[in-house]
Design a protein around this ligand. Sequence first.
Ligand code: CUA
Length: 331
Amino acid sequence: RLLPIVALAMFVLTGCGDPYLSALDPKGPVAESQLSLIKLSFYIMLGVFIVVMVIFTYVLVKFRKRPGQTGIPKQVEGNHKLEIIWTTIPIILLLVLAIPTVITTFDLAEKFPSEDVVNVKVTAHQFWWEFDYPDLEVSTGQDLYIPTGKKVQFQLTSADVIHSFWVPALAGKTDTNPGMVNHMWFQADQPGVYQGKCAELCGPSHALMDFKVVAVSPEEFDTWVGKMKAAAERTPATATAQQGQEIFNKSCLGCHAVGGQGGKMGPNLTAFGDRDKVAGILEYNKENIAAWIHDPQSKKPGNLMPAFGDKLSDQEIDSLVEYLDGLKINE
Ligand code: CUA
């Protein structure tokens, strides 16, 4: 009964009511078992808080200074009985916390999938996320597609500084460290879009380093993989987009891949036209795409993309936008 109040307080404090950005509203088995640990430690802390506050208030009232009282009261030092009590109680409480935590940790590790899994390699960058599916030969940026009801196994690393991969509704955080690989897994039981965050201060745009987990049925997931692979065969729909593609191949392909071709310095743009955010933060529309290309630093300070406002004409940027907007795999 207390949990909704805490949840509400947390929403107010974080200023967000997104149901899929809360560890208190788990959408998969990993987040569920972690929530039971959160509840256990919350209730223990609440118990300690109440007991301490009751004793504190009692002492304040009982030993207050009364009229006519002068000087300091009698000083007391050392009490073996009390000291044993207040040492034993915390030890018991810590054991009550530690045993389920260790059991849950080992239980989740034991359930670590080996067969019938989706493997995803996560590489964090300042300030975006790269998702590679090594078995499926597909890559995405910012949007992580997963099938529901299946375990997804992650290998996490970073291309620059330490970041932390966090999808509150699906699992706790795991750091991504340069030069090393961490492992974790989670599973989404229901289809939906789950918000993800970078949870480690990583530079000026740390707070803007959002991503999305898109959980779809296994059939839809297979369709998505097929479409991602078929994207290599796409051709621009209009002459303007065709011109945009030429500019893209000259100026952008070195860093951004489309349909399996191109660099990996920047996000993969194969399904760029299907996104609902530009650079993970701006509302998706042509004006914002153009504004981003003009001057990415003003939108996400510290990112590596150069400004093209002084390298390309407005007309060139417009055709580039038309080409990017046409990079859809869903109709
Ligand atoms: Cu990446 Cu914070």
